[in-house]
Design a binder for this molecule. Structure first.
Ligand code: COA
Ligand code: AMP
Length: 628
């Protein structure tokens, strides 16, 4: 263990006030905070700041305006464009002027349904500049999901673009936005659409719609709004994530704790400072995109890469290595699923050998458990340390990692590492008692949680408090795992119905609700099955109502319903129409048994089962399907 890591962790736990007040010096405050933490007021009470100023203006003011801030790399359109910090300041100022002209002010919500283009980053920072609260919705979600988020966030404005480009496919966004606004109860005053050069021209004939470029031209002589002073605890953004019900949870991120935590993580986990190049190959619609494409690299004056492509097919499985090499990436962050996809297409790593990894020093993985085999392959082929690390939307930054920048390179394949300074972990049984070393249990983190971590859910503080209800004094992560005899923490899966599909967090409970509402379905269950590329994929089992004539038609209707109500990102492609589901005598569906059947694992028939013939029948169905 490195002494620097051990000391940092001890100090963060034993003297949190001092530790986090030191860390706060990495941020420019308009009024410095009175102290680091207050249970009622949150992180940095009394402190005021502006996150956009910290990400952009201060670097220009420090004479670093010529340094590249944002490297946009779009293999799907063939565009590579670099924006210096001075140019970024100008672009953000223009978008802030546009938003201000439409009346957007401190505290207003702005929903973004946008692809991976620079305008999305400009808009997020412009909201931060005005003290407005952005809520970015991932493009793979269907209109109904967008509508739910619009209703919860009640934005004054929605920003979108004409299309997203998904590999070889162009997805027009405007029809999805129009449909979402039709479904939403909340009425958005304005929709501003960025018309991309590529793809079909969007229809913006409604009086509610405005063209981005026209608005920009109309406001071009307006002065760029100055960064608005906000309280440390004021919200910077709302990011919705899957909970255990169909209603998404609006994770609220503050300004002050977030800025401090992210800046600290760059210097102490990822080894990134001013002038370094960092690339998180994620999407701005996810927390990784918020934290590590947009805010963290810019907070520390680094260069961030905004990559509008996929690990494979844009154009080939060499695209990651080419992008790393082209931009001089020092630290690279991706999801294990992306590496599995690359490995499948290029098992001998021919592209990697040919292109190399340039100046890259470390690869970080997160989003789902990194299987030892994938880590082994990547370390072997790249010759670089591959660090699995763990966090969640709620936390906003890593809670388990090897703090490479503190000299801690310990790693064990299958483990997500050690508690990051600021986080104290335990693994407990159902009664909240710590389990023995090596035993599995619920993974919990001691409260109060570190800076940057959520302190409420939008419109749902009671929902937030539930996270601390099962194990008082501790935050229930929803994950199961164990701590081994060397202190490595292993995260093995969820204790609830959440699954991770290609690094995307989804609720099988929500899918079940959709499936149950399909005409012709008497009852259904959705489980997460193992998948060689995506880690997990959802699989549905449904029982048809009496009178349903076509099983195929019911199958198609189920797949279509999940795709159109939740979105393509759910990736539900398999639905078994079966005569019965396995249930206990009290009527509880045995989802674990379904999971084992689909995964081809040994199935022990529980004594409580209502009909012992059902598992064999299901097994036969699943085997027959596999043989087709
Ligand atoms: N807008 C619209 N649709 C989207 C979308 C977006 N932003 N993102 C994904 N989709 C669609 C895809 O087109 C696909 O639709 P299809 O079923 O019609 O083919 C579906 O949602 C599932 O997408 P995806 O999960 O990306 O699967 P894929 O088969 O297209 O690609 C991988 C597989 C592994 C290459 C891809 O999932 C990947 O790059 N994963 C990494 C994810 C990641 O980085 N996560 C970050 C979390 S830290
Ligand atoms: P999200 O909020 O979308 O980032 O998803 C968070 C969830 O993803 C966690 O609660 C875990 O279940 C899973 N997860 C993320 N990173 C890891 C990891 N490194 N190892 C295991 N599970 C992970």
């Amino acid at each position: 263990m490195s002494e620097a890591y051990a000391k940092a962790w001890r100090d963060s736990i034993n003297q949190p006030e001092h530790f986090w007040s030191q860390a706060a010096q990495a941020v420019d405050w308009m009024s410095p905070p009175a102290r680091s933490f207050d249970e009622a007021e949150g992180w940095y009470p009394g402190g005021t700041l502006n996150t956009c100023h910290n990400c952009v203006d201060r670097h220009v003011a420090a004479g670093r305006g010529g340094v590249t801030a944002l490297a946009y790399d779009s293999p799907v359109t063939g565009v590579v464009h670099r924006y210096s910090y001075a140019e970024l300041l100008d672009e953000v100022g223009r978008v802030a002027a546009m938003l201000a002209a439409l009346g957007v002010a401190k505290g207003d919500r702005v929903v973004l349904y946008m692809p991976m283009i620079p305008q999305t980053v400009f808009a997020m920072l412009a909201c931060a500049r005005l003290g407005a609260v952005h809520s970015v919705v991932f493009g793979g979600f269907a209109p109904l999901e967008l509508a739910k988020r619009i209703d919860d966030a009640s934005p004054t404005l929605l920003l979108t673009a004409s299309c997203g480009i998904e590999g070889a496919r162009t997805i027009p966004y405007k029809p999805l936005v129009d449909e979402a606004l039709r479904l939403a109860h909340h009425q958005v005053e304005r929709v501003v659409l960025f018309q991309r050069d590529t793809g079909p021209v969007a229809d913006i004939s409604s009086p509610r719609d405005l063209d981005w470029d026209t608005l920009r031209a109309a406001t071009h002589s307006d002065p760029a709004p100055a960064p608005v002073e906000v309280a440390s605890s004021d919200p910077l953004y709302i990011l919705y994530t899957s909970g255990t019900t169909g209603t998404p949870k609006g994770v609220v991120r503050d300004n002050g704790g977030h800025a401090v935590a992210l800046a600290w993580s760059m210097a102490n986990i990822y080894d990134i400072g001013a002038g370094d190049v960092f690339w998180a190959a994620s999407d701005v619609g996810w927390v990784v995109g918020h934290s590590y494409i947009v805010y963290a690299p810019l907070l520390v004056g680094a260069t961030t890469v905004l990559f509008e492509g996929k690990p494979i097919g844009t154009p080939d499985p060499g695209t990651f290595w080419r992008t790393i090499d082209r931009h001089g990436v020092k630290t690279f962050f991706t999801a294990p699923t992306a590496i599995r996809a690359v490995r499948k297409e290029d098992p001998d790593a021919t592209f990697l050998k040919e292109i190399g990894t340039g100046q890259c020093r470390t690869i970080f993985l997160a989003g789902e458990r990194a299987d030892p085999d994938t880590i082994g392959w990547l370390e072997d082929k790249s010759g670089l340390p591959v660090i699995d690390h763990w966090w969640q939307t709620e936390l906003g930054w890593p809670a388990l990692a090897s703090c490479v920048a503190l000299g801690d390179l310990r790693r064990k394949r299958g483990s997500a590492g050690f508690p990051v300074p600021g986080y104290e972990f335990a693994v407990v049984d159902e009664g909240g008692h710590p389990v023995e070393t090596g035993q599995s249990g619920a993974v919990v983190i001691r409260a109060p949680l570190a800076p940057g971590v959520f302190r409420t859910l939008w419109n749902n503080h009671a929902g937030y408090q539930k996270n601390f209800a099962t194990f008082p004094g501790w935050y229930e992560t929803g994950d199961a795992g164990f701590i081994d005899d060397e202190g490595f923490v292993h995260i093995m899966g969820r204790t609830d119905d959440i699954i991770n599909v290609a690094g995307h967090r989804l609720s099988t409970g929500q899918m079940e609700q959709i499936v149950a509402s399909v005409d012709g379905v008497a009852e259904g269950a959705v489980i997460g099955a193992d998948d060689a590329i995506k880690g997990m994929i959802p699989v549905a089992f449904v029982v048809a109502r009496a009178g349903v004539e076509s099983e195929q038609a019911l199958h198609d209707a189920v797949i279509k319903a999940v795709r159109s109500e939740l979105g393509a990102v759910a990736a539900l492609k398999t639905c078994y129409v079966v005569p019965a589901l396995p249930k206990t005598r009290s009527g509880k569906i045995l989802r674990n048994l379904l999971r084992k059947i689909v995964n081809g694992e040994a199935v022990a028939i529980p004594p409580t089962i209502d009909d012992p013939a059902v598992p064999d029948m299901l097994l036969a169905r699943v085997r027959a399907h596999a043989e087709v």
